[in-house]
Design a protein around this ligand. Structure first.
Ligand code: HEC
Length: 145
C-alpha cells in the first residue's frame, strides 16, 4: 500500500468517525411516534376531514378494508413498510399525492393534523404539544401495546 493510500484511508476513517460523533443525536434522543408527539385536540379536530377526504380509501386495520385495493394506514404491512422512516415522509406524500385524484386539497398543516389523527387511531399516546413540521422529524415506530 502506497503512502497516498494510507493518507486517503486515514482521512476517510477520520471523516467517518467525526461524522459518527457529531451526527450522534443517538437512538436515545431520536423521538418516535411513541413519544406523545401530537395532542388529542389536534387529532380530534382532523377526524371530520379524514372522514370526508381519506376514509373512503384508508381504514386503519386490514380487516376493515372496504375495497380490495384499499391501503390501511396502520396494521401490517403498513408498519413493516414505514417503521424507522421519518413521519415527514408521510407529510410530503400526503400533501403531494393525496387524495390520489389529483385534487391536491391538503396543505402542510392539514397533513400534520391528519397524521395526528392517524397516530391516534393506531393507539399512539397523545402528548402536550401538537405535531408540527419540526416534530415530524420523529421516526415511525410500531405502537407500544
Ligand atoms: C381515492 C382513494 C384515496 C383517497 C381518497 C386517499 N388516498 Fe391515500 N392512498 C391511496 C392509494 C391508492 C395509495 C397508494 C399510493 C398511490 O397509489 O398513490 C395511497 C397512499 C397513501 C399513504 C401511504 C400509505 C403507504 O402504506 O405507503 C398515505 C399516508 C395516505 N395515502 C394518506 C391519505 C390521506 C391522509 C388522505 C386524505 C387526505 C388520502 N390518503 C386519501 C388512495 C387514496
Amino acid at each position: 500500500m502506497g503512502r497516498r493510500t494510507w493518507c486517503t484511508l486515514t482521512v476517510w476513517a477520520l471523516t467517518a468517525w467525526t461524522g459518527a460523533v457529531i451526527g450522534s443525536a443517538g437512538p436515545m434522543d431520536q423521538q418516535t411516534t411513541n413519544d406523545g408527539i401530537y395532542t388529542r385536540a389536534q387529532a380530534d379536530g382532523a377526524k371530520a376531514q379524514f372522514d370526508a377526504v381519506c376514509a373512503q380509501c384508508h381504514a386503519f386495520k386490514v380487516a376493515l378494508k372496504k375495497q380490495a385495493n384499499d391501503l390501511p394506514l396502520g396494521d401490517e404491512p403498513f408498519f413493516k413498510k414505514w417503521e424507522g422512516r421519518a413521519l415527514d415522509e408521510l407529510v410530503t406524500l400526503i400533501v403531494m399525492t393525496m387524495p390520489n385524484d389529483g385534487s391536491a386539497v391538503v396543505n402542510d398543516e392539514e397533513a400534520l393534523n391528519l397524521l395526528a389523527y392517524v397516530l391516534q387511531q393506531n393507539g399512539f399516546q397523545a402528548g402536550a404539544s401538537p405535531l408540527t413540521k419540526e416534530g415530524a422529524a420523529a421516526v415511525i415506530a410500531r405502537p407500544k401495546t
